[in-house]
Ligand binder design. Structure first.
Ligand code: ATP
Length: 272
C-alpha cells in the first residue's frame, strides 16, 4: 500500500505537485498527464529523491524499483557489469546476483547482449536495460517513467507481457502521456494535471467521462461552436473536411460518436 497525502513540491514558483493525494494498492496504475504535469516529480518523491515540502508519503514496503525518464548507464561497462553494479546497490546477496541478473536480462530480451558494452547498445536496448535494473530484486513497488519511449512495437508488446509476469503482489506505476499504452495493461488510471490528481478510475470509468461528448462535425460549423469544447482531430473524407469535437453541449449539426479512453482523458483534462 502506498499513500500520498496532500503532497506539494515546488520549484521556485512552479508547484510541480500541488496538494496531490492518491492511494495505490496492488496492481498496475497508469499515471497519465500532459508534459510538465508533475508525473516525474511524483515518482521522484515516492522513491525519496525529492522531498515534498508539504504532505506525507506512506509506504509499507522496503524495496522500490525505479526506471527514471532518462536512464543513464556507464557506456564503458557491459550489460552484465551494469546489472551487477545495480544488484550491489540494491544489496542483493552476492550468491543470488548472477541468477537475478540473467533472469531480468532475459525478461527484457537482452540475453544475447549481456557481454556487450552499454555504449554499443541502441537507445531502445538501453531503455530495456533500465527496465531490467528496475525490476531486479523483486521490489514491491516499481515506478516506470515512460518505459515504452523508444521501444519498437515488438518490444512494447514484450514489455506488456513482462508486466503481467511480474505484477503479482506489486504496485506498479507507469507514467506516460500515450493513452494507448495504458489502456490494455493498467488496472487503474490516475490523471494528473498541474500537479493535481484530476481523477482516478478504471479504464471504463475514464472512458465514460467522454460519453455523449464526442461529435463528428463538418468543419464549416466550427465557428458556430459554443460553450466548453475542444477540437481533438481533423480528418478529410471524400474531399470534405471534418473535425472531431469534444463538447459538453450537444452539437445538433454533428454526429455523435462513441467515446474511447483518450476522449475521456481529454474531457477530464479540459474540464469538458
Ligand atoms: N529540478 C527542477 N527544477 C525546476 N523545475 C522543475 C524541476 N523538475 C521539474 N520542474 C518543473 O515542475 C513541473 C513538473 O515537471 P515534471 O517533470 O514532474 O512533469 P512531467 O509530467 O513528468 O512532464 P513530462 O511528461 O514532460 O516528462 C514542470 O513545470 C517542470 O518544469
Amino acid at each position: 500500500m502506498l499513500i500520498l497525502k496532500n503532497c506539494t513540491k515546488s520549484f521556485k514558483k512552479t508547484k510541480a505537485l500541488n496538494d496531490f493525494s492518491c492511494e495505490f494498492k496492488h496492481g498496475i496504475y497508469g499515471l497519465l498527464g500532459p508534459n510538465g504535469s508533475g508525473k516525474t516529480t511524483m515518482m521522484r518523491c515516492i522513491c525519496g529523491l525529492l522531498s515534498p515540502e508539504k504532505g506525507s508519503i506512506e509506504c509499507d514496503c522496503e524495496n522500490i524499483g525505479y526506471l527514471p525518464q532518462q536512464f543513464g548507464a556507464m557506456k564503458s561497462l557491459t550489460v552484465y557489469e551494469t546489472m551487477r553494479y545495480f544488484a550491489t546497490l540494491k544489496k542483493i546477496p552476492k550468491s543470488n546476483q548472477d541468477n537475478e541478473i540473467r533472469y531480468c536480462i532475459d525478461l527484457v530480451n537482452l540475453s544475447d547482449k549481456i557481454k556487450n558494452k552499454v555504449g554499443s547498445l541502441s537507445g531502445g536496448m538501453v531503455r530495456r536495460l533500465g527496465i531490467a535494473q528496475a525490476i531486479m530484486g523483486n521490489p514491491e513497488i516499481v515506478l516506470f517513467d515512460e518505459p515504452t519511449a523508444g521501444l519498437d512495437p515488438e518490444e512494447r508488446v514484450r514489455f506488456k507481457s513482462l508486466l503481467r509476469k511480474i505484477k503479482n503482489d506489486k504496485t506498479i506505476i507507469i507514467s506516460t502521456h500515450i493513452v494507448s499504452d495504458v489502456k490494455s495493461i493498467c488496472d487503474e488510471i490516475v490523471i494528473i494535471n498541474e500537479g493535481r490528481n484530476v481523477v482516478q478510475g478504471t479504464c471504463s470509468d475514464i472512458t465514460s467521462i467522454g460519453n455523449e461528448k464526442v461529435f463528428l462535425l463538418d468543419e464549416e460549423y466550427e465557428n458556430n461552436l459554443e460553450g466548453n469544447y475542444y477540437v481533438k482531430d481533423r480528418i478529410s473524407k471524400d474531399n470534405k473536411n471534418y473535425i472531431i469535437v469534444l463538447s459538453s453541449n450537444f452539437i445538433e449539426q454533428g454526429v455523435s460518436i462513441n467515446a474511447d479512453i483518450e476522449d475521456g482523458y481529454l474531457c477530464a483534462l479540459k474540464d469538458i
